[in-house]
Design a protein around this ligand. Structure first.
Ligand code: NAD
Length: 467
């Protein structure tokens, strides 16, 4: 496939058609996109099911609803975000007018991962369309059914010179990365994020990198343990743990550790009363491929060998790509499972005496995408927020930052660069162009032009001290 010519066609179409089009056209595209999703809801459910056996309700909640929320929020606020925003001038620029023009960056590349294969390809596209950009989407090769549907989605809704889907593996992704994009929006692992950023640096292309990492959880002795347990089990098992915001290590205060473990097992039975059937009948969400299943299995076995106790689990099958929900207690900071993103339905539990032990550990690690705390203590919550950093924090909850379109979503450093969703997503695809309009004739700055006579020097003194 000739990627350069696709790129050139998009560039020409962007300059002649997409960029000059009125805002109304962008809203119409978003409306059509929403209509397509609703009309093809069953097809989306089916494709994702074929890829890793994700059930229809899960697809509705985590692939479709976030997109509808994103479209509605974006359409509602687009008038406010876009166009020209006047900015008042400081006194030393008296007489001038200025403002910010929100112009689309241009032709953009969206590279998507497999774990929410429809939603994570379309969500950035919503921002790209809202900003007035063209886009090439490269979905994941690990979810071929959804990627094929995404191709139909693009052909149904857009001419290829505006939005097109190019399927393929890492080699296709790398060929695409050689082109001179106006912006690259990548969602995936930190390892590949580095490859994307290196490629972008050749053209000094801006990037948004939505990456992964550890999402630690603190449960202190004041927490409502039953409530925390239900939320932790839900947050861990959403997408069978294959989510960038998934709960990773759970640090629980020593005094309430046993109680939390009991509540976790109870919560699991309550939320998944039919789990035995689901797992044996093949209805449970699968790990996407054997390589990832093997990786997670190895993490579980080596952590048990290092002294951890399995309080829920068993029945791993690599050939079936099945990791049943697993809770490991008595995990230590040295355990293998604490060294990488788990990306599977495994919850390691560690204990602490004082919250500062967890804070100290967090600050010695890569900055996480999310950090979670369950507590009734305002002091502990504030201390946790003030003493750590992460892309986001949820208090007495997990995961839901992602589905709030009013919150910028993304990591820091190793967990990501730049933010997505809502206004932040719109700005990722926008050049905030500064416009400065000066009056003709005498201006305040002319009073300080060289040569620096005694009067000009006086003006400079005034400028520095009072204006
Ligand atoms: P991945 O990095 O392996 O792949 C992502 C995309 O990059 C795919 O389209 C793939 O084809 C492409 N790719 C793979 N290797 C490449 C290479 N060498 N050069 C160029 N492109 C390449 O990620 P994944 O396994 O699909 O997804 C899981 C990861 O994504 C996890 O780390 C998870 O935390 C992260 N993630 C982050 C978010 C977020 O919003 N922050 C959301 C979902 C997933």
């Amino acid at each position: 496939m000739d990627f350069q010519s696709i790129f050139d066609q998009q560039r020409a179409h962007f300059l002649s058609v997409v960029k000059p089009a009125p805002l109304r056209i962008r809203k119409e595209k978003l409306k059509k996109l929403r209509g397509w999703i609703m009309a093809n809801r069953k097809e989306i459910q089916h494709a994702v099911f074929l890829d890793f056996r994700k059930g229809p309700e899960d697809v509705d909640l985590s692939e479709i609803k976030p997109l509808l929320a994103e479209i509605d929020h974006t359409t509602r606020h687009l008038d406010d975000w876009s166009g020209y925003h006047a900015v008042s001038s400081p006194l030393y620029l008296l007489g001038s007018k200025s403002g910010i023009l929100h112009e689309p960056k241009g032709v953009t590349l969206i590279i998507a991962p497999w774990n929410f294969p429809f939603m994570l390809a379309v969500n950035p596209l919503i921002s790209a369309i809202a900003a007035g950009c063209c886009a090439v989407i490269k979905p994941s090769e690990l979810t071929p059914n959804t990627s094929a549907l995404l191709e139909r989605f693009a052909t149904d809704l857009f001419p290829p010179e505006e939005v097109t889907v190019i399927q393929g593996d890492a080699s296709v992704s790398q060929s695409l990365l050689e082109l001179k994009w106006d912006h690259i929006f990548f969602t995936g692992s930190p390892q590949v994020g580095k490859i994307v950023m290196a490629a972008a640096s050749k053209h000094l292309t801006s990037v948004t990198l939505e990456l992964g990492g550890q999402n630690p959880v603190v449960v202190d002795e004041t927490a409502n343990l039953k409530d925390a347990a239900e939320k932790l089990i839900w947050g861990k098992l959403l997408n069978n743990g294959q989510s960038c915001v998934s709960v990773n290590a759970v640090f629980v205060q020593e005094k309430v550790k046993l109680q939390l473990e009991v509540e976790l097992v109870k919560a699991f039975e309550k939320l998944y009363p039919d789990h035995k059937n689901q797992i044996t009948s093949g209805d449970w969400i699968r790990v996407v491929n054997e390589r990832h299943t093997q990786r997670i299995a190895k993490l579980v076995f080596s952590t048990i060998e290092s002294g951890a106790r399995e309080i829920l689990g068993g029945g791993i099958s690599v050939t079936e790509r099945m990791i049943p929900p697993t809770i490991l207690s008595d995990v230590t900071l040295e355990s293998p499972i604490l060294k990488e993103e788990i990306f599977g339905p495994v919850m390691p539990i560690l204990s602490f005496k004082h919250i500062d032990e967890v804070i100290g550990w967090m600050n010695s690690q890569e900055k996480p995408l999310m950090a979670y705390i369950f507590s009734k203590s305002k002091q502990n919550i504030q201390h946790f927020i003030d003493s750590t950093t992460s892309g986001g924090v949820a208090v007495n909850e997990t995961t839901l930052n992602f589905v709030h379109p009013g919150l910028p979503f993304g990591g820091v450093n190793n967990s990501g660069i730049g933010k997505a969703h809502g206004k932040a997503g719109f700005l990722a695809f926008t050049n905030e162009r500064s416009i400065f309009i000066q009056r003709r004739g005498l201006t305040t700055m002319k009073l300080a032009y060289p040569p620096y006579t005694w009067f000009k020097k006086l003006v400079i003194e005034v400028l520095l001290k009072w204006l």
